[in-house]
Design a protein around this ligand. Structure first.
Ligand SMILES: Cc1cc2nc3c(=O)[nH]c(=O)nc-3n(C[C@H](O)[C@H](O)[C@H](O)COP(=O)(O)OP(=O)(O)OC[C@H]3O[C@@H](n4cnc5c(N)ncnc54)[C@H](O)[C@@H]3O)c2cc1C
Length: 253
């Protein structure tokens, strides 16, 4: 896909099927499902797809899942967390097998997107699986070899709950323009030098950019997390129009 400043318009997005090519266990509660779409016109980092499941009696359930893979890849990666009493996520994690056909439509979303042509600096703030669309942005940034200053502040329960941890650590080690900090809310190793507890204003100030640098923020996670971070950023003097948000609250019907 060629990146320009305007996201592609899809007046009517048709349902299609993708074959499950690979399933990767990311953490005890999260798996990545890598799909081979029948046809794909490309996507922007930050966009999502809708998944549709159909039961034998015709009952259907739809849920949204962000695309974790960068536009440079032909396969689509979705990263799904188990919601214990959920309808769709337990099926995707427990029942889906390699070679299965999964019905989906997309890409969807034109606001929460970033590409290297938009430049930086960018500050990404993730809560749990909210890392997924932000990972597409970081993977795209890495592929495009653009030295765009970026920062990722990632809140998870523990180190074991950090999704894509090896890839993120490797990415940050090899890139002096990328700052990475984990905020671990429930448990952290005793000799660990990251941030214990929730994301705070101080953490944002220390690991983000100044208002004068005019960063764009991408904040993604559960609704409460996104609202709390957005309020802090506005209080810290950042322009609300530079704060882009995506909420992972209940979505289907
Ligand atoms: C734009 C968008 C992108 C999303 N991307 C992702 C993604 O990349 N990965 C991912 O795992 N999820 C993502 N989600 C959330 C996803 O769409 C589903 O809501 C989630 O998988 C739960 O679906 P379910 O059918 O298993 O649970 P449901 O049957 O919908 O819900 C069962 C119970 O869990 C609660 N619940 C539902 N969703 C959540 C949630 N996210 N957190 C906590 N409690 C919840 C409900 O209130 C209900 O009590 C995204 C949502 C949106 C709107």
């Amino acid at each position: 896909m060629t990146a320009t400043d305007t996201p592609p318009q899809h007046p009517r997005i048709a349902w299609q099927t993708g074959r499950v090519r690979t399933i990767v266990a990311e953490t005890s509660r999260v798996k990545s499902i890598i799909l081979q779409p029948a046809s794909w016109s490309g996507h922007w980092p930050g966009q999502h797809v809708d998944i549709r499941l159909t039961a034998d009696d015709g009952y259907q359930a739809e849920r949204s899942y962000s695309i974790a893979s960068p536009p440079e890849e032909k396969l689509l990666t979705l990263t799904v967390e188990r919601i214990e009493d959920g309808e769709v996520s337990p099926y995707l994690l427990d029942e889906l097998r390699l070679g299965d056909a999964l019905e989906f439509r997309g890409p969807i979303g034109g606001h929460f997107i970033w590409s290297q042509t938009r430049g930086g600096p960018i500050c990404l703030v993730a809560g749990g699986t909210g890392i997924t669309p932000l990972m597409a942005m970081l993977r795209h940034r890495k592929r495009s070899l653009a030295h765009i200053p970026a920062s990722l502040i990632y809140s998870a329960r523990s180190l074991a709950d950090v999704i894509y941890r090896d890839e993120l650590d490797t990415m940050a080690r090899g890139d002096c323009d990328l700052r990475l900090v984990y905020a671990l809310t429930r448990e952290h190793p005793s000799n660990w030098n990251g941030h214990p507890g929730r994301v705070t204003e101080t953490l944002l100030v220390e690991n983000s950019f100044t208002p004068a640098q005019n960063p764009t923020f991408f904040v993604c996670g559960p609704t409460g997390f996104v609202e709390s971070i957005s309020s802090m950023l506005v209080k810290l003097g950042f322009d609300p129009f530079t704060i882009k948000t995506e909420r992972f609250g209940p979505s289907g019907g």
